[in-house]
Design a protein around this ligand. Structure first.
Ligand SMILES: NC(=O)c1ccc[n+]([C@@H]2O[C@H](COP(=O)([O-])OP(=O)(O)OC[C@H]3O[C@@H](n4cnc5c(N)ncnc54)[C@H](O)[C@@H]3O)[C@@H](O)[C@H]2O)c1
Ligand SMILES: O=P(O)(O)OC[C@H](O)CO
Length: 388
């Protein structure tokens, strides 16, 4: 039995009671929008849960089945897709959390996306290029996308936010979702906020026919997951990527036992460099995205206190091991994006000859990749901080 054979059974089981629906007539589209999630990691599975809960509650607005593309692997001999579709738990990447039965794990990326009106991307960003190559020319040309990825695309040509890479490669408009959202907390329905950013495209087909900001709010907002929708796609994307570099440095401070004041100093300078980077290279960004949105300062705080990047940085400091080793020991296959982003940011700023304007990003790179002693971090950031 394929994943799709199961869909009709699942929709029957999940028909919601009439009282669940809070949809107003103006929100009912010509045909319910179909959402697909690409990725099934810690956050991928969590956002699939969030979206699936909303699809159940809004049957006139959203298709009842949420396909989740799963990078197939075997867990004790069983396929992960089979485990998710029968036990409704992602035992590897989100253990202990019951996924709604309308989340259907699909191992074939093209099949998962083929009928989707909205594709929600959720994979560690080092895998994005390969995913987009497989999807190119195969998605509904009227589909829209949201990137939940926290990373950047750096090449010889420059630096892109990932929503723009998705738009360019697939030819579909792509916004972003980013916020102070540690997946295990959101998965347990602990209250938090997030930011969704979306530009209504020039080829918008009209209300009821196309995804707009209100549809996105309905798709992602939950009583425990408060969504604020704005326009600044580049701003929330950059904030989500660059905070991972700062979190690595905050982890070094934790591991060295330097205390809260030192960590706050690193976070302060980190926020300053994040904004400086955005102003220099993405002038369309708004500074207030960094200082007022969940995707800005709040994500920086939560990441530096409870995220995977800070834990990897701390482990490196405590055990004197390389970042990749710490990632393997701590994360059981999950990804520490800060390791890649630190390198990508360094390479981009070096190409542009502006690395000296970013002393925290620079020293974090030197610690991870060049064996620079982390105890000397203050010397580097004190000196650099006076330059601008
Ligand atoms: N975890 C969080 O708390 C959180 C919160 C917000 C945003 N994010 C962002 O969401 C994105 C996805 O993170 P995540 O936590 O869902 O993933 P994760 O770190 O749990 O990564 C594991 C995922 O990578 C997949 N994978 C492994 N090898 C692969 C391959 N060769 N090709 C494709 N996929 C492969 C695995 O199947 C699994 O789904 C990242 O950019 C992350 O920064 C994460
Ligand atoms: O666990 P991290 O460090 O990847 O951070 C996860 C999220 O980005 C926090 O919002």
């Amino acid at each position: 039995m394929t994943a799709f054979d199961r869909l009709s059974n699942i929709s029957n089981v999940l028909a919601p009671p009439a009282s669940c629906s809070t949809v107003q007539s103006e929100d009912i589209p010509e045909k319910p929008y179909k959402a697909t999630v690409v990725g099934s990691g810690n956050w991928g599975s969590t956002i699939a849960k969030v979206v699936a809960e909303n699809c159940i509650e809004r049957p006139q607005e959203f298709d009842q089945t949420v396909c989740m593309w799963v990078f197939e692997e075997r867990i004790k001999g069983e396929k992960l897709t089979e485990i998710i579709n029968t036990r409704h738990e992602n035992v590897k990447y989100l253990p202990g959390i019951l996924l709604p039965a309308n989340v259907v794990a699909v191992p074939d990326i093209v099949e998962a996306c083929k009928d989707a009106d909205i594709i929600i991307f959720n994979i560690p960003h080092q895998f994005l290029g390969n995913i987009l190559r497989q999807l190119k020319g195969k998605v509904n040309p009227n589909a829209r996308a949201i990137s939940c990825l926290k990373g950047l695309n750096v090449s010889r040509e420059g630096c892109d936010v990932l929503a723009d890479v998705i738009s360019r490669e697939l030819g579909i408009n792509c916004g972003a979702l980013s916020g102070a959202n540690l997946a295990p907390e959101v998965a347990q329905c602990k209250w938090s906020e997030t930011t969704v950013a979306y530009h209504t495209p020039a080829d918008f087909r009209g209300k009821g026919k196309d995804i707009d900001k209100k549809v996105l709010k309905h798709l992602f907002h939950r009583p425990y997951f408060h969504v604020h929708v704005i326009d600044d796609v580049s701003g929330i994307s950059l904030a989500g990527a660059l905070k991972n570099v700062v979190a690595m440095a905050a982890g070094f401070v934790d591991g060295l036992g330097w205390g809260n004041n030192a960590k706050s100093a690193v976070m302060r300078l980190g926020l300053r460099e994040m904004i400086h980077f955005a102003k220099l290279y993405f002038p369309e960004c708004e500074e207030r995205t960094f200082t007022e949105e969940s995707a800005g300062v709040a994500d920086l705080i939560t990441t530096c206190f409870g995220g995977r990047n800070v834990r990897v940085g701390k482990y490196m400091a405590e055990h004197h091991v390389p970042a990749e080793d710490a990632e393997k020991v701590l994360l059981n296959g999950q990804s520490c994006q800060g390791i890649f982003t630190t390198k990508e940011v360094y390479e981009f700023l070096s190409q542009r000859d502006t690395i000296d304007e970013f002393p925290l990003f620079h020293v974090t790179y030197d610690i991870i990749y060049n064996g620079f002693p982390m105890e000397k971090l203050p010397e580097r950031i004190e000196r650099g901080d006076e330059k601008y």
